[in-house]
Design a binder for this molecule. Structure first.
Ligand code: ATP
Ligand code: MG
Length: 361
């Protein structure tokens, strides 16, 4: 079976370590595994406009930031098609037809959309486009016949919605669309990385992020002032590791080798956690270790990013070429859909003959 990946990000800001562990790092590994026939990585500008319609400049500026983050992390335009959502008008056409397959109450039940509505104070003023973005996301996924969608946990309801649309479409119009599977991170800490403020999700819109492009000083400062265990007041107090973002980040990033290199007093994270929970270990020391671990991971990304930023026109060219390839693929799928839905009148010789006969010609 052909294996195809589709995933992407909204250009609402630079990418952060939540994106990195939740999806981006995995994509690069999958890309380099050679096990996938096609890989599509989308910058979802049209989706970003659904809750930023008054601020198109923000979306426009962040397209290049996201593209730089992609390339700096190792997405390779020779192996993956990097493209911009709004350049593929076929996606809008697909969404329009999918809207008939979904009920309003089904959309209202989507837990991620519910949380996002609250976060944006959209309770009374939700734009229709934002409310229906899970449908447009189904178009993004199915247009490329994606079999695999590597994303963070917050995206699970979107993939579920897409699967329902696929079932329904194929059921009504005949087997046409491919059923996608979600691919979540194996590491539990990476499913939904919390913010530096202790909030449940690190998110561009919440200003609680460590960005892949942050300088060494910015990272250090953010880690220094990070939320930890509020009950761990004195060094001798027993501490909690659960729900403590410092330890969750360590769960996401730290390997045994890091202890050998930066903190040989401990063999591994379990030993460190045990000491913290017993009491007698201060946050400052743990944060210093976390800083070393994160700096080591982000340094090469930041350096590659600075190098890539020297030739911005080349990055736009990559996106332009990618968008052409993506558009051809989406157009092919749309044409199959329209044939299945029997709205391909001019190509349907049988229909024309039938109608001619009906009218006595
Ligand atoms: P916005 O606030 O604009 O929605 P975001 O930070 O949620 O931005 P998205 O572009 O919506 O980022 O998400 C891109 C991808 O990154 C998705 O696959 C999503 O699941 C994943 N992701 C985003 N935030 C996290 C996080 N904190 N932990 C793990 N994965 C994440
Ligand atoms: Mg999001």
């Amino acid at each position: 079976m052909t294996k195809i990946i589709l995933t992407g990000d909204r250009p609402t800001g630079r990418l952060h370590i939540g994106h990195y562990v939740g999806s981006l790092k995995r994509r690069v590994e999958l890309q380099n595994s050679g096990k996938y026939d096609e890989i599509y990585i989308m910058i979802a500008d049209a989706q970003a406009l659904t809750d930023n319609m008054e601020n198109p400049e923000k979306v426009r500026q962040n397209i290049i930031e996201v593209a730089l983050d992609y390339l700096a992390c190792g997405l390779d335009p020779k192996k993956s098609v990097l493209f911009i959502q709004s350049q593929i008008p076929e996606l809008c056409e697909m969404s329009f037809y999918y809207m008939n397959l979904v009920t309003v109450s089904r959309l209202q039940r989507n837990p991620t959309v519910k949380t996002e509505i609250q976060m944006r104070n959209f309770e009374k003023t939700i734009p229709v486009g934002f409310f229906t973005y899970p449908i447009s996301q189904a178009a993004d996924i199915t247009a490329f016949k994606a079999t695999t969608v590597p994303v963070g946990e917050d995206q699970a309801p979107m993939i579920e919605q897409t699967r329902e649309i696929v079932y329904k479409f194929n059921n009504v119009y005949g087997e046409t669309l491919t059923l996608p599977d979600i691919l979540l991170p194996d590491n539990k800490a990476c499913l939904r990385l919390p913010g530096t403020d202790g909030k449940a999700k690190m998110s561009k819109s919440l200003n609680n992020c460590i960005y892949l492009s942050d300088t060494e000083e910015e990272i250090q400062q953010k880690i220094k002032t990070m939320y930890t265990d509020p009950t761990h007041l004195r060094v001798e107090d027993p501490g909690h590791v659960e729900g403590n973002p410092v330890f969750i980040y360590l769960d996401a990033f730290c390997k045994d080798e890091h202890f050998e290199k930066y903190w040989p007093e401990y063999k591994n994270l379990d030993e460190l956690k045990a000491h913290y929970m017993r009491g007698g270990l201060g946050d400052v020391k743990v944060k210093k270790f976390l800083n070393n671990v994160i700096q080591e991971e982000l340094r090469p990304i930041r350096e590659r990013r600075l190098e890539l930023a020297k030739d911005i026109p080349a990055i736009y060219k990559i996106l332009e070429e990618g968008s052409k390839i993506a558009r051809a693929k989406a157009a092919q799928t749309l044409s199959e859909m329209k044939e299945a839905m029997k709205i391909n009148y001019f190509a349907d010789k049988e229909l024309i003959a039938q109608q001619a006969e009906k009218f006595g010609k």
